[in-house]
Ligand binder design. Structure first.
Ligand code: ADP
Ligand code: ZN
Length: 733
């Protein structure tokens, strides 16, 4: 059961994947060999499989420690949909429900049991545990055990005892937190000294990082979200108030958005999160409180509208984008005012070393926002990884190779404007003066008569704002502390003017840098949308999040490979046998209908759906189902022989007519003779259809239907086609 072939077989049949990702196979091997493992993998790296697959292979019970109830529920739902017996026990359940799960566990029917760490503190639960024989202990979000991490949870300290209680049970600890210190701490706290460390690259190649200068209003952000309408997006803001204001603002502009922060009542929070997860809401405007509890794989955009406090935090929050590996964007709107906001809080930290630590982290974050070089490289180096290529091709800097520009002149203008206006004004006023605004206040103060009035008319306001920010960063300007943030020229700034120094700065970002579209799709986008609708419907029926049914990657694969039968369907990424059984009818029907009506063909290179060579020999003709009709077709055949009509069979079997006709096509293709006469229309109609097929060929129905005009249904045409082919219809070339 443990050789590589059988592991691959389980991988395919239970999870629907064709191969392991990254270190997965090695990790699974180590777990199965009885070793401890510490798995460090970025979000979306595929950590769950590293304990879920061994849980199936080992048999018995795997205990999974997971810190968040919502995450737990989603994972369990997803496992159950794959036909894997998993349950959870948590505080939201009644005693009766808990009892039911326990007895299922005791009866040996459950492979994975998810619990929160606090549960381990219940003496009663400990008694229950000690009666069990655990095959594996999996500790998700293992960094929560470390006080050095940013998500420390005292309850995780119970885990040490758990481990001591089951000394011979292998432990697998998993985390996406990369810093060295936390990593070492996890090993010590969990007593994993003997274990193997599996460290993956923290690069997230499908994420594009972009930084934009932050404007005073929400225009740029709104534009960005409008371009991404309908895509799941998270916008992180600085304050609770801001999340609410922004959500309202976006709604007024017709963008569905809702706030999320710790100050909302639990019910509202739950509802907003739930709606987001279930694709009933596309934009969530949140404080950083949002995200840890969600596993949504198809978040396509993460925006930071406030400055994160550290690069770790930023990495983790942006990591919520594109967990499914598809291209996604991370956009940071940066302003020096936001830096000052964070500093305000840092200044209030009492412990001196903590304060220093926080300041260092913030400086690194500001550095990230200001980089004239690759942002990805910076981030990876931050986590101790070397990166060789100079150009990553997917951060704004590399994409624009924007480099730096000679900022000497504009700097002179800005510094002069600050001095000439008496060092009593903030950024906004300075920009008004420099750009020659007719603003009342400017005129009232007589600033339109200054020599600096209007000298930087050609520079955009956002650009000036950004350059002013950079001048603070390089120390030529300062911001006075006080009620109004006024700009002052520093000693270095005066020296700059007097000594006629020169200055290079990173080129200001163009306002739309974050809005690049990903490369042209290599799947049928119309079909993809249809499939999303099918998925939403099925998920709604079963009351699970849409992505639990299938991820976007699976739907895109379907929309590229155009599977025509269950065997094809099983080749789709993410389709295992349980899901194929449950969902193939619904998806195949939608795919067939769409493909026939729109003449869609499989995209080139849409592997791994393969076609029989016999199909391909008929050049130019879309391949026919390669699969042999299975039990479901036999059942249709049996009912046909009993004399039922297509609609009767459909009603009897609770299938659609389209699916039933699909069965007939499959039977006919496999060489079964079908007596369809009684299902066909009168001879006159039939001969008109025959004529149309002769004229247009029978490969696609759409041209045939157009030839005939309205009044003929696709169902009728498909039946006629089967009949005509059986009686020797020749397709015209
Ligand atoms: P993590 O917990 O590391 O953030 P997940 O376990 O949620 O990551 O997996 C991330 C995504 O990768 C999921 O959409 C999952 O279905 C997919 N995935 C995991 N393993 C494989 C694999 N071997 N092949 C293809 N996709 C995989
Ligand atoms: Zn780059």
């Amino acid at each position: 059961m443990r050789d590589s072939n059988s592991l691959h077989a389980v991988l395919k049949s239970r999870f629907g994947y064709d191969s392991f990702l990254g270190h997965q196979e090695e990790i699974v091997g180590n777990v199965l060999a009885g070793g401890d493992s510490l798995v460090l993998m970025p979000t979306g790296g595929g950590k769950s499989l590293c304990f879920q697959l061994p849980a199936l292979v080992l048999g018995g019970l795997t205990l999974v420690i997971s810190p968040l109830i919502s995450l737990m529920k989603d994972q369990v739902d997803a496992l159950n949909l794959n036909g894997i017996d998993a349950r959870y026990i948590n505080g939201t359940m009644s005693d009766l429900e808990v009892e039911r799960v326990r007895s299922q566990v005791l009866a040996g029917r459950i492979r994975l049991l998810y619990v929160a760490p606090e549960r381990l503190a219940h003496p009663e639960f400990r008694r229950f545990l000690s009666a069990l024989d655990l095959s594996l202990i999996a500790i998700d979000e293992a960094h929560c055990i470390s006080e050095w991490g940013h998500e420390f949870r005292p309850d995780y300290r119970n885990l040490r005892q758990l481990r001591d209680h089951f000394p011979s049970t292998p432990v697998i600890a998993l985390t996406a937190t990369a810093t060295e210190r936390v990593r070492r701490d996890v090993i010590v706290q969990l007593g994993l000294q003997e274990g193997r460390l599996f460290l993956s690259s923290f690069d997230r190649p499908n994420l594009t990082y972009t930084v934009q200068a932050k404007d005073r209003d929400w225009t740029q952000l709104t534009r960005l979200l409008e371009e991404r309408r309908g895509q799941s997006s998270i916008v992180y803001c600085f304050s609770r108030q801001e999340t609410e204001d922004l959500a309202r603002f976006l709604n007024d502009r017709g963008l569905q958005a809702r706030p999320y922060h710790a100050g909302l009542d639990a019910e509202t929070r739950r509802r907003n999160q739930e709606d987001f997860i279930r694709d009933r809401l596309s934009v969530i405007v949140a404080t950083i409180a949002f995200g840890m509890g969600i596993d949504k794989p198809d978040v396509r955009l993460v925006v930071h509208y406030g400055l994160p406090r550290s690069v770790e935090g930023y990495y983790q929050e942006t990591g919520r984008a594109g967990r499914d590996g598809l291209p996604s964007d991370c956009v940071l709107f940066f302003s020096y005012a936001d830096k000052a906001r964070q500093e305000y809080f840092i200044n209030r930290i009492e412990d001196a070393s903590e304060q220093r630590n926080a300041r260092e982290k913030l400086d690194r974050m500001v550095e990230f926002a200001q980089l004239p070089t690759c942002r990805r490289r910076f981030m990876l180096e931050y986590f101790g990884e070397q990166r060789l290529e100079a150009n990553c091709g997917s951060c704004d800097v590399c994409l624009e190779s924007r480099g730096s520009f000679d900022a000497t002149e504009v700097t002179q203008k800005i510094l002069s404007a600050v001095i000439r206006t008496g060092e009593r004004f903030g950024v906004h006023h300075i920009i008004q003066v420099l750009t020659g605004s007719r603003d009342k206040r400017v005129l009232g103060l007589g600033h339109d008569r200054l020599s600096v009035y209007g000298i930087a008319k050609d520079a955009g306001r956002a650009q000036l704002r950004e350059i002013i920010g950079q001048l603070q960063f390089v120390g030529l300007l300062k911001r006075a502390e006080g009620e109004f943030p006024t700009l002052l020229v520093s000693d270095a700034g005066r020296a700059f003017l007097q000594e006629r120094r020169t200055l290079k700065l990173p080129r200001p970002q163009s306002p739309n840098a974050g809005s690049r579209r990903s490369a042209t799709a290599d799947y049928d986008e119309g079909l993809f949308e249809e499939l999303r609708a099918v998925r939403r419907r099925l998920a709604g029926d079963r009351n699970v999040p849409a992505y639990v049914v299938f991820g976007d990657a699976s739907l895109r694969h379907m929309a590229a490979a155009i599977p025509r039968c269950v065997a094809d369907f099983l080749d789709i990424h993410g389709v295992g046998s349980t899901k194929a059984e449950q969902y193939s009818d619904a998806f195949l029907e939608a795919i067939q209908r769409y493909a026939t009506e729109n003449g869609v063909q499989p995209r080139k290179g849409a592997s791994p759906v393969q076609r029989d060579s016999a199909d391909q020999s008929e050049a130019g003709r879309p391949s026919e189902p390669r699969c042999l009709p299975g039990a479901t077709c036999d059942e249709t055949m049996r009912l046909m022989l009993q004399g039922l009509s297509v609609s009767e069979i459909a009603a009897h079997r609770r299938l659609s007519e389209t699916t039933v006709i699909g069965h007939l096509e499959r039977l006919a293709n496999a060489g079964t003779a079908l007596e369809l006469e009684r299902l066909l229309p009168d001879a006159e109609r039939l001969s008109r259809m025959e004529e149309a097929f002769e004229a247009c060929g029978s490969a696609y129905l759409r041209p045939v239907r157009e030839y005939l005009g309205e009044g003929f249904t696709y169902e009728e045409l498909r039946l006629a086609r089967i009949h005509l082919r059986q009686s020797g219809l020749k397709d015209s070339p």
